[in-house]
Design a protein around this ligand. Structure first.
Ligand code: C2E
Ligand code: MG
Ligand code: MG
Length: 541
């Protein structure tokens, strides 16, 4: 019994033990599961936390990169008012400020502040690279701007230029058509119109259209000013490798040609091989022409407006070409200048002038001859010695020799030119500024030069008696010239009315067809021989 009881108890205990062991195993499983869940939860939490920081951080980083690449259009999207949110706001504010500043810098760097038009740099950016379509250029030079600046002040000159630019923009806006010309301001008084896609034939009508809209008198600061414009035209075909710089240079060369030949406009003619060969042969012709005496010194009298006496002559080159007859200087002087051979002409003219002065020494000792020299001559210190030697060789009085230099040639390289001018003055040669008013120099600057005569370009003289404004300009130039102790000469007088006007305005000297056309050497000799003896008493000019 007792044994049976004991066994029963044992079995019950074993049962209990098994139950407890099973329960413990379940608890272990539960604990392990709980630990697993806790682990996953903490891992998930850690991942979420990282993400909530790193995602906005990445957005901020990407935005910073975009700003660095110059893209200010997108903003950083980070919500919240925590530290990251504030960093994002700061970056957005910085990006907006940089964008605004960059726009302003762009405006200043690529637009002309006076007219608001695109400048040369902007044009180059717009039209750089090989062309996919034809491209045309019209350059517009506001002529006589230098003199308007000088006579009426820079404010008036600026206002005149701004007025022409405004008219240009309005004229372009009023046009209809598929391709739109782009107006710009290059430098000084030069405006430009670039017209992509336009055929070459369309350029001349465009120029006429612009001229009709632009070249009308303007009322500026109470002055009615004539607007005179000169144009340079250039065109390039689609697919041409030549860049925008080359095209603009071509148009600038055309503009210079138009101004030199006193034409209202000129086309750029690209120099091809055939033309270059012809020019080279002309160049060797030129040297032979000088050696063979084909370059003649023609003379045009200069008259004193007070006494009516002829006090001097301007020497003008004429080429008596064996095949072509007389060639005008306009046909070979600019080319000889470009080719660096103007010295051939200068030497021939100086020699002829000095020989002529020697002949006049006894009978007309006061009469002077003026020789035109170019910018290139003035680069050469040897010029002074050469003139001295030639004068000695001929026995000519240097006090009767005058040299005419253009405004632009002095402005080109003033530092090098000034010592040459002083050296010339030092040997007794007199100097004049030719074609005054066609460049951009100021009288204040010219005053620094050892020059004692100012020759007013003939564009100021032509029909001046018919325009009050032209008279006002002429009067101011004459007065300014006198205030700088310069003798003022008016060029290109063709009509008695112009002659009388300049006399009234107190201009000192006159030159022009109405007094006499340039004469060949024999005609000039006869003219001088017949001159009134009063010239003998006059001071040389
Ligand atoms: P420039 O020195 O201003 O010479 C005046 C020009 O105006 C001359 O033309 C002259 O014939 C012309 N002229 C004079 N009076 C009148 C007038 O009443 N009406 C008109 N319409 N024209 C008038 P040209 O001889 O054809 O010379 C043109 C330019 O060529 C000169 O302008 C000068 O810049 C240049 N040139 C002439 N000879 C020489 C020279 O020997 N050496 C250099 N470097 N250049 C020269
Ligand atoms: Mg001259
Ligand atoms: Mg002249």
């Amino acid at each position: 019994m007792t044994d049976a009881l004991l066994e029963g108890e044992q079995a019950a205990m074993q049962q209990r033990q098994r139950e407890i062991a099973a329960q413990m195993q379940r608890s272990e499983w539960l604990l392990a599961a709980l630990a697993g869940v806790a682990l996953c939860l903490s891992a998930w939490l850690a991942w979420r936390t990282t993400l909530s920081v790193s995602r906005p951080m990445r957005r901020v980083e990407a935005a910073a990169h975009r700003i660095a690449e110059g893209d200010y259009s997108t903003t950083v999207l980070v919500r919240g008012d925590d530290e990251l949110g504030r960093v994002a706001q700061a970056i957005n504010a910085m990006s907006a400020a940089v964008a605004a500043r960059e726009a302003q810098i762009e405006l200043l760097a690529y637009n002309d502040p006076l007219t608001g038009l695109p400048n040369r740099t902007r044009l180059r950016r717009m039209f750089q690279g090989a062309s996919v379509q034809p491209l045309s250029v019209v350059l517009i030079d506001v002529a006589r701007l230098g003199v308007v600046n000088e006579a009426l002040g820079f404010d008036t000159g600026d206002a005149l230029l701004a007025c022409v630019a405004e008219r240009l923009q309005a004229a372009i806006l009023a046009r209809s058509g598929t391709t739109v010309p782009v107006p710009a301001r290059l430098a000084g008084g030069v405006l430009a119109v670039l017209w992509p896609g336009a055929p070459r034939e369309a350029l001349e009508p465009l120029r006429e259209e612009l001229d009709a809209a632009l070249a009308v008198p303007a009322l500026i600061h109470g002055h009615e000013l004539d607007v005179q414009l000169v144009y340079g035209l250039a065109w390039r075909d689609a697919g041409t490798p030549s860049g925008i710089d080359e095209l603009l240079r071509g148009a600038e060369a055309a503009l210079a040609q138009a101004k030199h030949s006193r034409l209202p406009w000129a086309w750029h003619v690209p120099v091809n091989d055939a033309v270059r060969t012809r020019q080279l042969s002309l160049l060797s012709d030129l040297k032979a022409a000088a050696a063979g005496g084909e370059l003649e010194l023609w003379l045009q009298p200069k008259q004193c407006l007070r006494s009516g006496d002829i006090l001097g002559m301007e020497g003008l080159v004429r080429w008596r070409h064996a095949q072509r007859g007389y060639v005008s200087p306009a046909d070979f002087v600019p080319f000889a200048e470009r080719a660096g051979h103007i010295g051939v002409i200068t030497r021939a003219m100086l020699d002829a002038a000095l020989a002529r002065l020697t002949l006049w020494k006894a009978a007309q000792p006061r009469l002077s001859i003026a020789v035109n020299i170019s910018a290139l001559d003035l680069q050469d210190m040897g010029l002074v010695q050469q003139i001295q030697q030639r004068a000695r060789h001929h026995g000519a009085p240097l006090a009767n020799l005058r040299l005419e230099i253009t405004e632009s040639s002095v402005m080109q390289d003033a530092d090098r030119v000034l010592p040459v001018l002083h050296a010339l003055r030092g040997i007794g040669v007199k100097l004049s500024i030719d074609d005054f008013g066609t460049g951009y120099s100021s009288l204040a600057y010219l005053q620094r030069l050892p020059v004692d005569e100012l020759k007013i370009d003939r564009s100021f003289v032509a029909d001046a008696d018919r325009s009050a404004e032209a008279q006002a300009l002429l009067r101011t130039i004459v007065e300014l010239g006198h205030s700088l102790a310069m003798c003022v000469t008016a060029e290109g007088i063709e009509r008695p009315e112009e002659h009388a006007l300049l006399q009234r305005l107190g201009c000192d000297m006159a030159q022009g067809y109405w007094i006499s056309r340039p004469m060949d050497p024999q005609a000039a000799a006869r003219y001088v021989a017949a001159l009134d003896s009063r010239v003998l008493e006059a001071e040389p000019v």
